[in-house]
Design a binder for this molecule. Structure first.
Ligand SMILES: O=c1[nH]c(=O)c2[nH]c(=O)[nH]c2[nH]1
Length: 290
């Protein structure tokens, strides 16, 4: 028998952080996961915990690093500081991975004015981060979005697929397209601003999904639109080397109420499951395949 692999960490360390810029306050809520690769086989094999960084200590370190960040920082910058601290402080750790999910608190605007210390929880999806750092100072950073719900009422169709004795889905060139987008993108080098890069990728993804405000853009499948979205992100942000997208196809089914002869693209049965699931990773030509 052999111990093939092992790691230990703390999951969902929930953190709120306020930065006070005189009367204007900044606020973030993060859920932080830590995961350590370490030279700790003896804990599994012999019951000896010598050299172990307890998961409780990892949790305490999250709050310690949050206190140390005395200037407003991005979740990427926080994750890098936390990963470096753990690797540098504890001898037996060879690699730390820090994952963060940011709750979409947005500054409240009241009668056109930004509130100094009021926030509302938005519907813009969760910003995500994954940073890993090794004893050899190898740093890998990726950012993402989780659960961004988007829908368009036309400019979507699906034709040309296999029609056989198992097929009941009719061809259509006009349907609702809806998804809950999960995206992550890896950086080849840190951008000048993680916040600006995040906004840039998000805008590129949404721009390719919806097309221009007047007229939009036609989607022949979720697959094609997904590729166009990833391509737009890579075209728009030079420091991004690959983009991974997951787009469930959330179906709105044509409905013909009892009084109607035909479906007229107006009444639908809303569903959440079953749903299609379309996923792909798109990388620059020169990006090594993982
Ligand atoms: O865009 C789509 N891609 C599919 O693979 C698929 N399959 C399906 O039933 N509807 C759709 N729509």
């Amino acid at each position: 028998m052999a111990l093939v692999a092992h790691q230990h960490g703390k999951t969902r360390v929930r953190l709120g952080r306020v930065w006070r810029d005189e009367l204007t306050h900044h606020f973030v809520e993060w859920s932080v996961d830590t995961m350590l690769l370490s030279d700790m086989a003896h804990a599994y094999l012999e019951g000896d915990n010598a050299g172990m960084t307890a998961t409780d200590t990892q949790k305490n370190t999250v709050y310690y690093i949050a206190k140390q960040c005395d200037e407003k920082c991005s979740p990427e910058e926080f994750a890098i500081a936390l990963a470096k601290h753990l690797v540098d402080k504890y001898e037996k750790i060879s690699k730390v991975t820090v994952s963060i999910e940011e709750t979409p608190w947005e500054r409240l605007t009241l009668n056109g004015a930004a509130h100094q210390h009021g926030f509302v929880c938005g519907s813009s999806g969760y910003r995500t981060v994954e940073v890993s750092y090794t004893k050899d100072a190898e740093l890998a950073i990726s950012s993402g979005i989780k659960g961004l719900k988007v829908l368009k009422t036309t400019q979507s169709g699906f034709v040309g697929y296999v029609h056989d004795e198992f097929t009941t889905l009719p061809d259509t060139t006009d349907r609702i397209l809806a998804t809950s987008l999960t995206a992550s993108w890896a950086y080849s080098s840190p951008p000048p601003s993680f916040d600006d890069a995040y906004q840039g990728v998000r805008a590129a993804l949404l721009g390719a999904f919806f097309g221009p405000p007047e007229g939009g853009v036609y989607s022949p499948s979720v697959q094609f639109t997904l590729y166009q979205m990833a391509k737009a992100a890579l075209d728009g942000e030079e420091c991004v080397k690959s983009v991974k997208l997951r787009m469930p196809n959330i179906h709105f089914l044509p409905c013909k109420p009892v009084t109607c002869e035909a479906f007229e693209n107006d009444v639908y049965v809303a569903t959440s499951e079953p749903h299609g699931d379309i996923e792909a990773t798109v990388a620059r030509e020169d990006c090594p395949r993982e």
